[in-house]
Ligand binder design. Structure first.
Ligand code: ADP
Ligand code: ASP
Ligand code: MG
Length: 423
């Protein structure tokens, strides 16, 4: 008997029929003797619909109270846990549903992007001991003042892995609308290949660089608490052999082993949500980066890449990227609090950029990755605006109209369609 967490995303919960399929699949696991905790998302499109209603009242997201947005968005998951409990009960499987505050899943009070601080497993464990399937809403929690919070878009992944860690589950299975983690988004590159295994470090990079398959915080939890995590399809026949299902998809591993594919690059990630900001001719002396980025950080805006150019006549150009949603706010902060104090001549912004990255632990022991990446982009006529590297990734910022072309060409150039290695 194992204790497992199943997470089902929006598409997997997208209709009454799909919810009934989930109930059948889970019942198969229960009949095989396993204890199951389920963490579903809202039905597909529901979170967008709910937030869209608020937007109809106030089109400027920045003006809306994030507390109230969380109040609205969290209801999508409440509907889906109730429906799933009813679907399970209808086929004779004992089940009970809980919202985040009933468990409780305690978070900080950073509305719309709250972080989980603790999860009380008492109620979950008591129900499991009674032979029930326990269904807990994804995406939501409660802060110290009993306000409902949400964990940011895609946050049900994080709820699932955090609950798996809190209850000491043997495995967290993330059921979704693709059958695993691919070399790149299979919706963009048809020839993308599924990986049987991916290392935790690579998954962390891919998630942080924009692969929407898993929310980054879920991968961080998996790493911190060593949660065995697998990404697999919810769209297969719910009655397929449980042993086949349990070994399907992509396993996130914490050790490299001989059965890993020996690829230099494991995947190409991309992120359309980027915006680039440049301050022209800022004085090149100590403290300038702090004067620029201090107010940005005080405004709770995350900065991603930062580049400072070679000094010329005592001044330099300073560029950085932020999430596209925070672009307007960042420009305002610079105009109001920074430009005059540091005597920059101009602030230029561009929110039509994206980031494309090659990720692979093989980069540690191979040279030539950067050069193949730049050669490929140059042959495709794509201009590189910014570059950043770490031990296992290279990222470039490019004009967003070239994103799909760049991803396709890099995927081909690094031999990701086949097992062959380009370098
Ligand atoms: P869910 O609703 O189940 O959470 P998401 O839409 O959040 O599903 O994530 C699954 C989607 O992630 C896939 O449909 C796919 O388009 C996208 N995706 C992006 N990068 C990858 C990748 N490297 N491998 C697999 N899927 C990816
Ligand atoms: N329903 C939430 C969203 O759409 C959380 C999730 O699906 O993971 O972002
Ligand atoms: Mg998701």
């Amino acid at each position: 008997m194992a204790l497992v967490v199943h997470k089902y995303g929006g598409t997997s919960m997208g209709s009454v029929q799909r919810i009934q399929n989930v109930a059948q699949r889970v019942t198969k696991w229960v009949k095989a003797g396993h204890q199951v905790v389920i963490v579903p998302s809202a039905m597909s499109g529901d979170t967008n619909r709910l937030l869209g209603l608020a937007k109809e009242i106030n089109p400027d997201a920045a003006d809306m109270s994030p507390r109230e947005l969380d109040m609205i968005a969290a209801t999508g998951e409440q509907v889906s846990v109730g429906l799933l409990a009813i679907a399970l009960q209808a086929i004779g499987t004992d089940a009970v549903s809980y919202t985040g505050w009933q468990v409780p899943v305690k978070t900080n009070n950073a509305f719309t992007k709250a972080r989980i601080e603790s999860i009380d497993d008492t109620r979950i464990k008591a129900d499991l001991a009674q032979g029930r399937v326990v269904i807990v809403t994804g995406f939501q929690g409660v802060d110290a003042d009993n306000n409902i919070t949400t964990l940011g878009r895609g946050g049900s992944d994080t709820s699932a892995v955090a609950i798996a860690a809190a209850i000491g589950a043997d495995e967290c299975l993330i059921y979704t609308d693709v059958d695993g983690v691919y070399t790149t988004d299979p919706r963009v590159v048809e020839t993308a290949r599924r990986l049987n295994k991916v290392t935790f470090e690579e998954m962390l990079e891919m998630a942080s660089l924009g692969s929407k398959i898993l929310q980054i915080r879920s991968v961080e939890f998996a790493g911190k608490y060593r949660v065995k995590t697998r990404v697999l399809s919810s769209l297969t026949d719910p009655n397929i052999d449980i042993n086949i299902e349990a070994n399907s998809g992509t396993l996130i591993t914490f050790e490299e082993d001989d059965t890993m594919e020996q690829a230099v690059i494991s995947g190409i990630a991309f992120n359309r949500d980027e915006a680039k900001i440049t301050l022209m001719q800022v004085p090149d002396h100590p403290g300038i980066a702090h004067k620029i980025l201090g107010p940005i950080s005080n405004a709770n805006i995350d900065v991603d890449m930062i580049i400072q150019n070679q000094s010329n006549n005592g001044t330099t150009d300073f560029s950085f990227t932020v999430h596209r949603n925070e672009y307007k706010k960042a420009m305002e902060v610079l105009q109001n609090e920074v430009v005059d104090t540091i005597n920059a001549t101009q602030v230029i912004g561009d929110n039509q950029v994206c980031k494309v990255s090659a990720v692979g632990i093989g980069m540690r022991s191979h040279v030539g990755v950067a050069s193949l990446m730049f050669e490929t982009l140059s042959k495709s006529g794509v201009n590189i605006q910014m570059i950043s590297t770490s031990e296992i990734k290279i990222s470039v910022v490019i004009e967003d109209k070239y994103m799909e072309l760049a991803v396709r060409e890099l995927h081909k150039a690094f031999g990701l369609e086949t097992q062959d290695q380009a370098i």
